[in-house]
Design a protein around this ligand. Sequence first.
Ligand code: AHR
Length: 308
Amino acid sequence: AKNVVNHNDQDQGLVRPIVLGFSQLGSESAWRNANTISIREAAEEAGIELHFEDADQSQSKQFEAIRTFIKQKVDVIAIAPVIESGWEPILKEIKQAGIPLIILDRLVNVSDPSLYVTYIGSDFYEEGRKAGKYVIDKMNSRKDTVGIVELVGTEGSTPSIARGKGFRDVIKEHANLKILKSESADFTFAQGKQVMKSILTNMSNEINVLYSHNDDMALGAIEAIEEFGLRPGKDIIIISVDGTNKAFEKMAEGKINSVVECNPLLGPNLMQAVNELMQGRSLPKRIVTPESVFTETMALEEVGKRKY
Ligand code: AHR
């Protein structure tokens, strides 16, 4: 039989499925929902028993889930951490329990990297750089000030930190590109709409570009821009991150100008890592998923092909 273990005392001589405890940070976005489905499907496909907990964007709920997994004596724990800080003590509890840990999607900020085996996910810093390069190209002919609004994801989370830094590192050589406002909308449609609405009320005349850290916030912002009487994609150039179906539809309509891809389909990578771990193989400390950038001209061709 594949993907089974017979390594604990009670089960001696018997084989049973590998048990994976996965703490998902929430269900805040279309990306996250696709990520959850990918993990559930890949576990089933691999014959791995999945104990799944959704933490509703709360770090303390993630701690609770992890303690449950430890009590259940799962074979492997995987975590998609909501924010980067505050993980060291609980990671030590996992280590003391002798359970290998995989970090998925977002990173943890810990002084001892031996607390986890591998980190699987996107290069968020590179995504921010790609977004910055797009803005530089698109605004190339403008020598006067280009006003940029940045909708930031969850504060303290890896994608928010790294997408912000990558973007700034690229645009800093261009003095006329100015970030006028940078505000968190927690990666959700509702907050994207609400935050954009209030920014428009205060400075609509100065905004040339919206850089949104994810598609859900961009889609919310598009509604706010239209309700304000402006044309998304024309009066305000919009660049977003993720590459969901809905964002591609808006890009095909000319309401989003570019999307930097962030791949949520991490289930197969995770299950492969779990299997290799259980077979005693060593894993690279970092596993990065390959990703592209899409612009309006590609949108129509791609729109029906997206898997999420
Ligand atoms: O951590 C990945 C990010 O989290 C995605 O870009 C976003 O949509 C999600 O909420």
